[in-house]
Structures are given as structure tokens and as C-alpha cells.
Design a protein around this ligand. Sequence first.
Ligand code: AMP
Ligand code: MG
Length: 403
Amino acid sequence: MSTYEEARATILSKVAPIGVERVPLMDAVGRILAADFTAPWDIPAWDNSAMDGFAVRAEECAPGTTLKVTSFLPAGVTPGAPLENGCAARIMTGAPIPPGADSVVPHEETHSGEGVVTLLRGCVKGANVRVRGEDVAAGSNAITAGTVIGPPQVSLLASFSAAMVPVYRRPRVAIISTGDELVELGTQPAYGQIINSNILAVAAAVRLCGAEPLLLGIARDTMESHLDLLAEGLKADVLITSAGVSAGDRDLVRSALKKLGVVEEIWKVGVKPGGPMAFGTKEAVPVFSLPGNPVATMITFEEFVRPALLKMLGHGKPFRRRVKGFLSEPVRMKPGTLHFLRVAVTVENGRYLATTAGSQKSGTIKTMLRCNALALLPAERTDFTAGEEVDLHLLDNSLDMES
Ligand code: AMP
Ligand code: MG
């Protein structure tokens, strides 16, 4: 039996990114940059105007000065001759500053006449000029490998004309359910049967990680059926199984995996829900054998599989945000295992307040619907008081949204 920390550390030590591919910029959205991006040129590439106004020499700009307007510079033009003394150039936002000019006086601070402009106020040297390289300097590391590519990264990469982007490959994650009681989605379960919901819940979670789920179906409770399907699953980058991993007569997953050459690294973790889970590897393929109980399946995925998939996807930060919060009510737990208390977190006076999201029985799926965080209650303790500080893992739906 491993502790929670040991299990997480072992699992993460056994997984690594599976490779890099170059994809069109828009296909890189939501994926992880696989190499530091070094700026190939300066941005801005030349000094340019931050305002619509007049490019001037600041030293000639005492309040009330009238300058001759000798050129017009909209964005996109190349300035020709240098600005002569006593002159100003009409300039638009984004246009290059002409040689000789050092500042821009905004339109609002001028009075225009026939071929001339009068400055209502003075001008500080460098005012309203965006200096070459002030945003991103050529040769600097503009985006670090391991960064998720979102709109700001797309904006920057596009600014450098990066049409193809190196990203980590998305692992193909084979998912197999086990059990004679299972029937597939779309059928009406007979007495004693249940729908194979786990394969879909796991697939949903895999997809939200950014990996690619491969639904391989149901292994029946015979060794032959297990061997067939698990062998197929081991051809993927990751294999996840559901159920059949306890010590029951029909729990065949561990022995079947062993026959197929999977080296078991972990069996049983001191957590609840989710204790009877296993983890092993076959060469580079990590194999997660999750418990069948749907809540335990989801929680073990959340705590053990998700960080591993994110690491394989190249994320620099594979863990959920861990924050301190406070229990709103007393909670009693059995001793001996770390408990993941399913809680609904709200923000009260700037503090995270955690209230149990419903029945904590490990079979209660409904509690998962109200749960937006897991409170980690340490194994050594049984009684937790209202107002007590606890560690919380905030889940995807923790952000309070306005309706
Ligand atoms: P087992 O580990 O095979 O004893 O299964 C534990 C519990 O999980 C049983 O109540 C199963 O019916 C349930 N279960 C197993 N597989 C699935 C599945 N694919 N979808 C939903 N529930 C499942
Ligand atoms: Mg079973």
C-alpha cells in the first residue's frame, strides 16, 4: 500500500512527454509549446507613433510654437526625408517616426492651420513614441516551453509570423471497462446490469486534459477477454482500465496485465474514495487501473491520472491549484486513510469556505455534481471542526461565474 504522496511521486516519475510535432498556429491553441520561442526580431520593429498627432523635435516645442507641417505619415508608409528644423510631420498611430523627430504631440494638444500646426502645450522628449524592441527584444526568450497556448501566445507568435508551432504530442489514451454487469450506452439495462458510464466519464476527463481518448469497450470477466482487450490497449500511449482491480474472484485486471508484461509499481493507495487502484508500466506505456465505483474512478483520475497526462502533454504545472480553505461544518472520518472530502467551495469575505457537497458515500455520483473542490483530510485525524483550515484542490468548475 502506498501513501497518496508516494503514489503521486511514483506515477509522475514514470511518465514523460511522448514527442513533439509542428502544427499550424491555430491548431496549437490549448496545447503546450514544446520549445522556447526566441524573438526573431524586435517588436516594435521600428520606433513608431502611439497616437494620431504630429512628429516633432521636443527641443523645438515650447508651448505656443507654430511648426510647418511638411509631410503626412499614415500607418504603413515609410518615412522619406528626415524632419527639418522648425517642421512637424502629421503622423498616425503605428506609423514609423521619421528620422530627426523624437516625440509625438497628440492631435488633441494642437491647433491646425493652413500647412502649419500650433502646439498648445510643451512636449517631453520621447512622448508618445513606442521605441523599437520595447515590447519584445530580438533574441529574447519570448515564450517558455511548457506554456499553454492561448490568445496572448497566439498574438505574440502571429506577430512574429510563426505559422507553424512546435507542440507536445497528444497522448492517445486507451480506455477499457471490465465487468459482466456492463452494457453499452443506448441500451436499456436489464435487472442486475448497469450502463458502462465509466468509460465515458474517463473519456470526458481525458479530453478535458487535452489528450485523445480511445474507447476500446468492455472486457468481460474472463482472462481471455481481458488479455485480448488489454493487449490492444497497450498499443496506445497510455492505458486506463476501470474496475476489476480489487481482490474479488472476478477481479482479473492485475493478473491479466501481469501476463502481458506490465510491471506493477503500485497497488492500493491509502486514500478514500479510490484505495483499490493500481499503476504499472509496460516500457513507456503507463497503465492506470482505476476502481470501478464511478466516484472512485473520477477521483482517482483527478488526483493521479490527470497530473500524469498533463506532464505527458508537456505542462510545466500539472497540478490543480492547492489553496487553504475553511470547513463550514464539523466532519467525522474513519481513521487510517487520507480522505478526499467532496465539497462545494464558496468565497466568503475573501476566504474559501468548504461545505460538504452531499453524501460522502463512495457510490454517490450526485455529490460529484455539486462538488467543485476536494478537501484533503489527513489520515491521522478523525474529527474536524467547523472553521478548521484544510487543503483544497480546486477543480475546473471552481471559478465562480456570474449568471
Ligand atoms: P468492481 O471493481 O468490478 O467490483 O466494480 C466496482 C463497482 O463499480 C461495481 O458496483 C460496479 O458495478 C461498478 N462499475 C464497474 N464498472 C463500471 C462502469 N464501467 N461504469 C459504471 N460503474 C461501474
Ligand atoms: Mg467487476
